[in-house]
Design a protein around this ligand. Structure first.
Ligand SMILES: Cc1cc2nc3c(=O)[nH]c(=O)nc-3n(C[C@H](O)[C@H](O)[C@H](O)COP(=O)(O)OP(=O)(O)OC[C@H]3O[C@@H](n4cnc5c(N)ncnc54)[C@H](O)[C@@H]3O)c2cc1C
Ligand SMILES: NC(=O)c1ccc[n+]([C@@H]2O[C@H](COP(=O)([O-])OP(=O)(O)OC[C@H]3O[C@@H](n4cnc5c(N)ncnc54)[C@H](O)[C@@H]3O)[C@@H](O)[C@H]2O)c1
Length: 467
């Protein structure tokens, strides 16, 4: 029986464990916090639960326009209740995952794992576990999966203290909403938290190191979000890098490179993550981490050392829960001799949970504009969609990209309140190489926002006829 040890129980680790157990391996997962990992306990699940509360407040605010008077009712945010939901849901989800994994016969050890091979080049590997109860155990494995995830990056001089300066894992500890929150960093994490606090009625300033929010996302989508931010009175400080944060009894002063300062009551640091790869004994097996400390893997999750795989955020390959889980599964299928297709990143669907949401799949507009991928494109503003009008939606759009000659769908972007749900038909089309004709001939419900997707297909099909 193949002995498999998995270091870390996040989406990469626990999904791998389920696959390995299904295929009859003897599986041990070592996790120092709780199953589900940082994804479930601190990052993805808590942030989306928090955002759900902000969304409820938005619905309340927007009701006025639809003829439902709410002026005389106060929509106060009860932060302790929100925090209770955030924590409770994360713990419940973690417990569900633990039960599921244990039901499949996986051994779960609470503790911290590191390699302790006597020398490099061994066929089997030794892993020392410092258990959470203070004992040390050494286990041998034929196959090891490193799935140790990542941790919030800390800027020296701007260390979070959990009182005035927070990272995204501590922010739920606030007992009341900040008077003025400065969000440092405008990547996906920064944009999501800025949006949630803005929608909860907090004054927000966003510090962006680039010329816009969401520098890695679709530029038109980012422009919509900036519009919403500005409408809600948010200040966006562009081309700015925070170097130091001073705190006093009343608040924080963020010092930017170049000498300017931003004053606020609290600061939230969203300046990226660093991989958890420094203390796991990589030198004992001969793995040299790549740039930024990430572990280099190929498309079936192999590292440079035989029998050792890596998956998830510690590899720096698209830092998404869905990608982590797929990398973990692929590693196990490969290790256990199953037929496996290498991971295809061009078909990954992702969503930024701002208000409105931004969902993307496949080739980006940026790659098309740069001439890297030939494509025909269409953008349909939601303002022209009947259902959007009925719901009072004025912002947002559907974009569709297809191959010039064949009309095969290669990507798309949706900006809408429920973009994460709407993007699936485009993801299905990209994954299965469907054409704009396939979309165009599909019945969508009338009236519906998804009608804009089939309409986008029709508009690109019409262009086809002119070729
Ligand atoms: C604020 C935020 C929101 C996000 N929202 C989304 C989202 O909506 N959708 C999405 O797809 N992705 C989202 N992500 C990204 C997603 O959370 C990560 O891609 C995902 O957590 C990666 O999973 P993982 O298994 O690699 O690592 P993790 O989830 O980080 O799990 C790794 C686990 O390993 C443990 N560990 C580390 N070292 C050791 C060791 N030596 N021994 C034992 N255990 C160890 C860690 O404590 C941790 O519990 C979000 C990220 C952030 C920061
Ligand atoms: N909804 C989701 O799926 C979701 C949500 C959150 C995060 N994630 C994923 O997690 C990964 C990390 O995202 P992230 O936003 O946490 O990190 P990031 O690294 O993408 O963004 C951090 C931003 O902070 C900026 N920055 C760094 N130092 C700064 C400074 N001193 N002052 C001002 N700005 C500074 C960086 O230039 C960068 O733009 C991404 O791959 C993202 O897709 C996904």
């Amino acid at each position: 029986m193949t002995r498999i040890v998995i270091m870390g129980g996040g989406p990469a680790g626990y999904e791998a464990a389920l696959v390995a157990a299904q295929h009859g391996a003897e599986v041990t997962v070592v996790e120092r916090d709780g199953l589900g990992g940082a994804c479930v306990l601190y990052d993805c699940v808590p942030s989306k639960t928090f955002i759900a509360s902000a969304g409820a407040r938005v619905a309340f605010r927007d009701a006025d326009e639809l003829g439902i008077g709410t002026n005389d009712v106060d929509s106060t945010v009860h932060l302790p209740v929100v925090r209770g939901r955030v924590r409770g849901l994360a713990l419940a989800q973690s417990a569900d995952i633990r039960n599921r994994v244990q039901r499949e016969g996986v051994r779960v050890v609470g503790g911290t794992a590191r390699f302790c091979d006597d020398r490099t080049g061994m066929a089997a590997h030794r892993i020392a576990i410092e258990t959470n109860t203070g004992e040390t155990e050494v286990v041998e494995a034929d196959v090891v999966l490193i799935a140790t995830g990542a941790t919030p990056r800390v800027i020296p001089g701007a260390e979070p203290d959990g009182v005035r300066v927070f990272d995204w894992r501590q922010i739920y500890d606030l007992s009341e909403l900040p008077e003025h929150l400065v969000v440092v960093g405008s990547g996906v994490t920064g944009a999501e938290f800025a949006s949630a606090f803005i929608e909860m009625g907090v004054k927000v300033t966003v510090i962006s190191s680039r010329d816009r929010v969401l520098p890695h996302e679709d530029a038109d989508a980012a422009a919509v979000l900036e519009d919403v931010f500005s409408e809600r009175g948010t200040t966006l400080v562009k081309h700015a890098r925070a170097e130091k944060i001073e705190r006093d009894a009343d608040g924080v002063t963020v010092h930017l490179r170049g000498g300017e300062t931003v004053r606020a009551s609290h600061a939230l640091m969203t300046v990226g993550s660093v991989p958890n790869t420094t203390d796991i004994g990589l030198d004992k097996i001969g793995i040299e981490p790549g740039p930024g400390g990430f572990i280099t893997v190929d498309r079936v999750s192999r590292t440079s050392v035989s029998g050792v795989y890596a998956a998830g955020d510690c590899t720096g390959v698209l830092m998404l829960a869905s990608v982590a889980a797929m990398q973990g599964r692929i590693a196990m299928w490969h290790a256990l001799g199953e037929g496996v297709a290498p991971i295809k990143l061009k078909t990954v669907a992702a969503n930024v949970f701002t208000h409105p949401e931004i969902a993307t799949v496949g080739i980006s507009q940026q790659a098309i504009d740069a001439g890297e991928v030939p494509a025909r494109t269409i953008t349909l503003p939601l303002a022209t969609n009947a259902r959007a009008k009925m719901s009072g939606l004025r912002r947002g759009f559907v974009k569709l990209f297809c191959r010039p000659a064949t009309g095969v769908v290669i990507g798309g972007v949706i900006v809408a309140p429920s973009a994460s749900e709407l993007v699936l038909p485009i993801a299905l089309a990209v994954q299965n190489q469907l054409t704009v004709d396939d979309l165009a001939l599909t019945f969508s419900v009338y009236p519906s926002l998804s009608g804009s997707i089939t309409e986008a297909g029709r508009q690109l099909m019409r262009h086809d006829d002119l070729d």
